[in-house]
Design a protein around this ligand. Structure first.
Ligand code: ATP
Length: 265
């Protein structure tokens, strides 16, 4: 019988993780299952950084971005010895099962625990939308909204200055944030892991837009596909547009989760 569960967040944080922690905690408590919040991901799990949770522990967390449990990376969790140490800590604390919230690495950690007899459920908490078997991950919609807001603003200023804005968005080798934001903002060019990067083709397309008298252009690029600063420079030198690179960075991870992400969580 399930009497006590642990809950942790791991890997990169995403908006909506707190709403998921809250939902799991309150549902479990309502069903007579004790809940322990595990701080700092698998690092806290191995070190025993545990806190008994009540319904009040998760009060006023729904609208907060980030994660109240903290997140840490513990690459050593790939070693069986470290996983066994974690299992031992859980057993000492009478924790029967763990709910983990995170990305693909977090899922792999849960898989290791399950293989050693600790049942786990993993929830997809990442802005990247790169978890197999789920249409949308918790945090994707919020990050998308943030990107769209930023690109709309960039579009205002680039159209006043005959600029081409090259905007780098996150995604960790998944093009969904670029594709969804690109469609939403009417970007002229999308460069994603799926499309690949052909510099000559991008420059040719921009030159074509110039012949059509376009006074601005937006290029949305997924991170880790090409160097956006170098591309902006090339655009300035080879086309009539002034190229400007913007790396949105960690701002995409922050902010209050959208209602869609809260409901999903
Ligand atoms: P995101 O991609 O959104 O940053 P993530 O969960 O993929 O999130 P990672 O840093 O890859 O982030 O993984 C989080 C943690 O999961 C790692 O620090 C490690 O403790 C654990 N982990 C990752 N890969 C494995 C693995 N192969 N086996 C066991 N544990 C793993």
């Amino acid at each position: 019988m399930l009497r006590k569960i642990g809950i942790l967040t791991s890997g990169g944080d995403s908006p909506g993780m707190n709403a998921a922690i809250r939902a799991v905690t309150r549902t479990a408590l309502s069903n007579g299952i004790e809940v322990v919040g595990i701080h700092d991901g698998y690092k806290g799990l191995v070190e025993g950084n545990y806190e008994p949770f009540t319904k009040v522990s998760v009060s006023e967390t729904m609208a907060r971005g980030g994660t109240i449990l903290g997140s840490a990376r513990l690459p050593e969790f790939k070693d069986e010895e470290v996983v066994l140490k974690g299992c031992q800590k859980l057993k000492e604390n009478n924790i029967d099962a763990v709910v983990v919230i995170g990305g693909d690495g977090t899922y792999r950690g849960a898989d290791s625990l399950t293989k050693h007899g600790i049942n786990c459920i993993a929830l997809p908490g990442t802005i990247d939308n790169d978890i197999q078997g789920t249409d949308f991950t918790i945090g994707f919609d919020t990050a998308l909204n943030t990107i769209v807001e930023c690109v709309d603003k960039l579009k205002d200023t680039s159209s006043s200055h005959h600029r081409c804005s090259v905007v780098e968005v996150m995604g960790n080798r998944c093009g969904d944030l670029a594709i969804y934001s690109g469609i939403s903002c009417g970007a002229e060019i999308l460069i994603t892991p799926e499309t690949g990067y052909d510099e000559e083709a991008v420059l040719e397309k921009l030159k074509y837009f110039e012949t059509r008298k376009k006074n601005h252009a937006i290029v949305i690029v997924s991170e880790k596909v090409c160097d956006v600063n170098a591309l902006a420079d090339k655009i300035s030198k080879s086309t009539g547009f002034a190229g400007r690179a913007t790396i949105l960075g960690h701002i995409q991870r922050g902010g209050a989760p959208t209602p869609t992400d809260r409901v999903l969580a």
